[in-house]
Design a protein around this ligand. Structure first.
Ligand SMILES: [Zn+2]
Length: 79
């Protein structure tokens, strides 16, 4: 797979000036949230932090969760 994260090269502009694995923040850290029941907001919520890879030349940015298998498991338990 040709991604900033996997190859350390920007797939858009081919730069190697990559800023890896930085935190995405608003007022708190950006995260994926999966609720404990389908379509519901009153069940238990699972939050998974999102990390960011940025190309320092063109600004292209890719987002990754740090625990993708756990995101999938949480999703599959509900849907
Ligand atoms: Zn780039």
């Amino acid at each position: 797979m040709n991604t900033i994260k996997s190859r350390g090269v920007c797939p858009k502009c081919k730069s190697r000036g990559i800023v890896p694995n930085v935190e995405a923040v608003d007022s708190s850290s950006l995260a994926i949230r999966i609720y404990g029941e389908a379509g519901g907001y009153n069940g238990r919520a699972h939050n998974f932090p999102v990390r960011v890879w940025v190309c320092g030349a063109c600004g292209s940015t890719e987002l990754y969760v740090s625990q993708p298998q756990e995101v999938l498991q949480a999703y599959q338990q509900i849907y």
